[in-house]
Design a protein around this ligand. Structure first.
Ligand code: FES
Length: 155
């Protein structure tokens, strides 16, 4: 279980990693591991600890799609949005998952059960389109498989 975000605890984690080479990424990973997300409030804190601008830190945050700004739902369904999966029909399947869940990619359902996230290549291009549910890889997606994954995530 993740800890609830607290500024003092966040500051402690930032300080622990701030002397590392290229500390921005290790700090963000440590924050996400601890709190399940990288709260917006942490961005200026990281910037001041590392003597960087907020824009630089925010740029790193948005560049890496693994970081979340808000806590995730109980289940995380990641849909591959990279080229091989797109070419294999990933767009239509992503739209189908969005419609079934009633949210767009990057969001969590109102009941906090499912977070739908993009991912950029799962290394399963040979069996595209691919997805990952709570860390479990699934390839050869079609309409029936995406429906089954969505139902499983909603449980
Ligand atoms: S592009 Fe989707 S798994 Fe590689």
């Amino acid at each position: 279980m993740y800890e609830t975000w607290e500024t003092a605890r966040g500051a402690e984690i930032i300080a622990e990693h701030s002397k590392m080479e290229g500390a921005t990424l290790p700090i963000m990973h440590a924050l996400q591991e601890t709190f399940g997300h990288v709260p917006e409030e942490a961005i200026p804190m990281i910037a001041s600890a590392l003597n960087l601008s907020r824009a630089e830190v925010y740029g790193v945050f948005t560049f890496y799609h693994d970081f979340r700004a808000k806590p995730a739902g109980r289940h995380v369904l990641k849909l591959c949005r990279a080229e091989a999966c797109q070419a294999a029909g990933g767009d239509a399947l992503a739209a189908r998952a969005e419609a079934k869940l009633g949210i767009s990619i990057g969001n969590t359902t109102a009941d906090e059960r499912v977070t739908l996230e993009p991912i950029y290549c799962l290394g399963l291009c040979a069996t595209a389109p691919s997805a990952m549910l709570d860390g479990r890889l699934v390839g050869r997606l079609d309409e029936a498989r995406i429906d089954a994954l969505v139902s499983e995530a909603q449980r």
